[in-house]
Design a protein around this ligand. Sequence first.
Ligand code: SF4
Length: 400
Amino acid sequence: MRRVPSCLIGSELDMHLKLYARGLRPISVVSPRSFVGRISCSGNRPLPTDVLLLKDRPGELPPGFRAYLLQEPADVAGSDVYVLPPELHYLATGDVVRIDPQRLAVSALYRRGSRSNALLVTEQCDNYCVMCSQPPKEADDSWMLKELMTEVIPLISPETQEVVITGGEPGLLGLGLIGLLELLKHTLPRTAVHVLSNGRRFSGADFASRVAEIRHPDLMFGIPLYSDLPEEHDYVVQARGAFDETMRGIIHLKRSGVRVEIRFVVHADTYQRLPNLADFIARNMVFVDQVAIMGLEPTGFAKTNLDALWIDPMDYQTHLAAAVKSLSRVRLNVSLYNLPLCLLPPDLHQFARKSISDWKNVYFDECRSCARQGDCAGFFTSSALRRSRGITAFAGPAQE
Ligand code: SF4
């Protein structure tokens, strides 16, 4: 009899961040014997890759299944039983996980019920943003793209609304990114693809043309721009010359016919220039397809640098209102992500989106009696590290 230890996801992440903070290169935490499986909650007709999810106490593994996933720790025999950490108890039939037998670790890779799934393709990046939520790593992680293309994408439901390709910097994959987009076009033709990129690799027109030649039916690049002043943008992304490359990347993508969203994260180093950036976009870049302005997620480097980066959204309301006004005036499509309604001026509520993935979306005690919770973005689980002074429930009957 063997005690199954709980999973290691959280501690692995912390270890990586600590190593990185000390200037060390983290090693890969995925063992070569890891495998990808699709979750099934019933014992019927499994695919060869299926893993069976149960609450506790398995019997003999039914034929055809690769492993058991348990929600409760249990004394069990055998090497095919893994325990989900509580933060992964939301997993359900059709979701896709990576299981690392050596470390007894389980990672969620795809959720069938989610409107938008983020697929991590690399942790390498040529920016080093002060608020990066996914701090870059230098180690060779080419296995990520290979695993995604050969093991994960074939298990994704064709009914999935959208996948987000994220990193690191997906543009660093070069032709690997082209191959990925072609595969997505053919395997998931009804699924929108949103690529989160810093745009720098598209500063040469050829790469942008290669992307356009794929003719994906529903593709958009989300590219951050943090200031109209090159030196301020370069400071935020910690890369000299990045502004020029990003601007040229945006122009090349648009000139090739690829849709582009400009993204902006509001924090203490960026909020003052937000109205100027909005004027700059409204004057010079009305050809972009949409603009997303986002509240800070206190994780990764944003958590490490939180003392320097935190600003109460109540204190940048006027900057936000001015920016939205400039962008709306030229009929640009503007969205506000990760910003609770009670922290926005009323005339900005129409721009706010419920944007936080449900598995990391929380509401505070004040929200229990709030009439607007149904259409409010709420908070990240990590938002409790800093709370705005403006969190106040709306009175009245609940709205959907
Ligand atoms: S009280 Fe909570 S639910 Fe209501 S608007 Fe504020 S953050 Fe949203």
